[in-house]
Design a protein around this ligand. Structure first.
Ligand code: 5RP
Length: 259
C-alpha cells in the first residue's frame, strides 16, 4: 500500500482508536427518496460533525454537503439498478477514479453480489476498481450486498468478505451475524458493519456493540441512525460504543439524553 492510500484510509479508520463511525446515506442510489433521506441535506448536516466519514453518491455529495466541511468522503461508485427491478445485482461502475479524485474522495465503495446472477461482473468490477484505486492512492470499500435468495449467516458472509479481500478490497462492509468473530478472523482486511433495516435503538446499539466486541473496526450505519427519532443522539451513542467501548446501557442513556 502506498503512502497516499494509507493516508486516506487513516482519515476514515481513526489511528487513535483503530476504529470508525461511518455514516451511510447512499441509499437513494437504488431506493430513491427513502424514509429519513427525503431531503438529504436536512438529514445529513446535523450529523456531519459526529461522523468519521460520510458514504454517499456523487449526486448527493455535490448537492447536499457543504464543500468547506472537512469530512472524509466514501464515494459510492456502483449502481445502475432500482428497487423496482427483480435482480438488484446487475450493477456497474457509475463514476470514474478521476471524478473520485476531483471530489476529494478518501475512498470509493462498490457492492458485490456473491451468488447472484451478476456475481462475476460485480467481482471483476471490484478487482478493476482496486487496480485503478491503487494507481491513484484511493482505497476501495467492498460492500457485500445480500441478494433476496441468500442467507446472512457466517458461511455466506465469510465467503463474501474473503473474496472481497482476495480481490484486493482495502476494507469490507458486511452484515453482523452469529459467530461473527469467524467472519472477521478469516478476512485479512478490516470489516465494518451495516446497520440494516431500522430496528429499535437499543437493538441497534446491541448490534454495534456485538460487532465491535467480535472484531469489527466500526460501523457504516445508515437507517438505524437517520431513521431514529433522535438521529444525533443515536450517532453519539454509536460513537461511544465504537470509540470508547461503552456498554449498551450506557450508550442507550446517551441516546436518551440527547433526544
Ligand atoms: C446497500 C448499502 C446501503 O445503501 C447502505 O449503505 C446500508 O446502510 P444501512 O444498512 O446501515 O442502512 O450499502 O448495500
Amino acid at each position: 500500500m502506498d503512502w497516499g492510500l494509507k493516508n486516506r484510509l487513516s482519515r476514515i479508520i481513526k489511528p487513535e482508536t483503530g476504529r470508525t463511525v461511518m455514516l451511510a446515506v447512499d441509499h437513494g442510489y437504488f431506493l430513491g427518496p427513502t424514509s429519513g433521506l427525503e431531503v438529504i441535506a436536512d438529514t445529513v448536516q446535523p450529523l456531519l460533525q459526529h461522523a468519521d466519514s460520510l458514504m454517499l453518491t456523487r449526486g448527493a455529495l455535490r448537492t447536499s454537503v457543504p464543500p468547506d466541511f472537512d469530512i472524509p468522503i466514501v464515494l459510492r461508485v456502483s449502481g445502475g439498478t432500482s428497487i423496482l427491478h427483480e435482480d438488484l445485482s446487475n450493477e456497474d461502475i457509475t463514476t470514474s477514479m478521476d471524478e473520485a479524485i476531483k471530489l476529494n474522495a478518501s475512498a470509493v465503495a462498490i457492492s458485490i453480489f456473491v451468488g447472484s446472477a451478476h456475481e462475476k461482473e460485480t467481482l471483476t468490477n471490484l478487482a478493476r476498481l482496486v487496480t485503478e484505486g491503487e494507481a491513484c492512492g484511493i482505497p476501495v470499500l467492498a460492500v457485500t450486498a445480500v441478494g433476496r435468495e441468500m442467507t446472512r449467516d457466517k458461511k455466506y458472509l465469510s465467503l463474501c468478505c474473503r473474496i472481497a479481500a482476495e480481490l484486493g478490497a482495502h476494507f469490507v462492509k458486511t452484515y453482523y451475524c452469529d459467530d461473527f468473530a469467524e467472519v472477521v478472523g478469516t478476512c485479512p482486511v478490516p470489516i465494518v458493519i451495516a446497520g440494516g433495516k431500522k430496528i429499535s435503538e437499543k437493538d441497534a446499539l446491541k448490534l454495534a456493540h456485538n460487532a465491535i466486541s467480535n472484531g469489527a473496526v466500526g460501523v457504516d450505519m445508515g437507517r438505524n441512525i437517520f431513521q431514529s427519532d433522535h438521529p444525533v443522539g443515536m450517532i453519539k451513542a454509536v460513537r461511544a460504543i465504537v470509540h470508547e467501548n461503552v456498554k449498551v446501557e450506557e450508550a442507550y442513556k446517551l441516546y436518551r439524553k440527547s433526544g
